[in-house]
Design a protein around this ligand. Structure first.
Ligand code: F6P
Length: 324
């Protein structure tokens, strides 16, 4: 291997820049050429490439987003699109690729490596923390801190007005952000897709907490949760059936994807980026690099995308007990 390319794809996540920087600098360390591909698989198909040296990635470890930009490419889902992408890589004499993203990114990467026998290693970059084979994904810790900070602010006003707030958080079909930020922010209830609470049980639980002396309430709702899917309808239902609080809704939205990465995400991204280059030099491909019990691990793309992480029942218990 003489030349490695790096791209970011799918939803951006804080820490992606730190991961790119680590890949670029690990290439320099091993005396390999490195090429940045702009706009994910879109840019790969169009040949939107730029050589990157160690100084090209200065002053980005602290920046949110991804300077290589990101996209969700429809064309890469087609055989013709992938063929064009392969031709672009050949034209530039690129020998291997590091793809930073989530399950969509790894699905594309996996098909591509098998079709063209082209070495790809993936790094998990998504705020959702929904990738099997890694305890955490790049961007997740920062997103959690953003959510907790936002809910702390909401709590101030909820408390002043004796109101109930429904706070919708991202995560797609995974409840990791909701569950962990919910515990961290002291939410009264947490609605996640992995565990269907049901509206009646929610109302009963809110009645109990009101009786126990609570004067305001925060309910963290994961965007993928069944009863939370129409959060404004849920707000109306609670107002009618609980009849205790005025209800307000806050949808945190894309604020959760931005901001300077936390130190944890910067270190994680740096470790995974260095390891990506080591792994390619070891001749491995079609795998994602993750972290398990603070040790670097690898998992085939096929597993990283197929399996979902189980609901952490210990966390659910902690949430139940501490919100009493
Ligand atoms: O996968 C990251 C994520 O932010 C999800 O939590 C969310 O459902 C989705 O991306 C939003 O996608 P978009 O930015 O395309 O609206």
């Amino acid at each position: 291997i003489n030349k490695i390319a790096v791209l970011t794809s799918g939803g951006d996540a804080p820490g992606m820049n730190a991961a790119i920087r680590a890949v670029v600098r690990a290439c320099a360390f091993h005396k390999l050429d490195c090429v940045g591909i702009f706009r994910g698989y879109e840019g790969l198909i169009e040949g939107d490439f730029k050589p990157l040296g160690p100084r090209s990635v200065k002053n980005i470890i602290n920046k949110g987003g991804t300077f290589l930009k990101s996209a969700r490419s429809q064309e890469f889902r087609t055989k013709e699109g992938r063929k064009k992408a392969f031709e672009q890589l050949k034209k530039e004499n690129i020998d291997a690729l590091v793809a930073i993203g989530g399950d969509g990114t790894f699905t594309g990467a996996s098909i591509f490596t098998e079709e063209f026998n082209f070495p790809i290693v993936g790094l998990p970059g998504t705020i959702d923390n929904d990738i099997y084979g890694t305890d955490v994904t790049i961007g997740y810790d920062t997103a959690l801190n953003t959510v907790v900070e936002a809910i702390d602010k909401i709590r101030d006003t909820a408390n002043s007005h004796n109101r109930l707030f429904l706070v919708e958080v991202m995560g797609r079909n995974a409840g990791s952000i909701a569950l962990n930020a919910g515990i961290g922010a002291g939410a009264e209830e947490i609605l996640i897709p992995e565990e269907n609470l049901g509206q009646d049980r929610l109302i009963e639980s809110l009645k109990r907490s009101k009786k126990s002396g609570k004067t305001s309430s925060i309910i963290v709702v994961s965007e993928g949760d069944q009863i939370g899917k129409n959060i404004f309808k849920l707000a109306g239902y609670i107002e009618e059936n609980l009849n205790e609080y005025e209800v307000r809704v806050t949808v945190l939205g894309h604020i959760q994807r931005g901001g300077a990465p936390s130190c944890y995400d910067r270190v994680l991204a740096s470790r995974l980026g260095v390891s990506a280059v080591d792994t390619l030099l070891d001749g491995k491909s079609n795998i994602m690099i993750g972290i398990s019990h603070n040790q670097i691990t690898t998992v085939p793309f096929s597993e990283a995308i197929k399996s979902s992480n189980d609901l952490d029942l210990e966390l659910v218990r902690v949430a139940d007990i501490t919100s009493i």
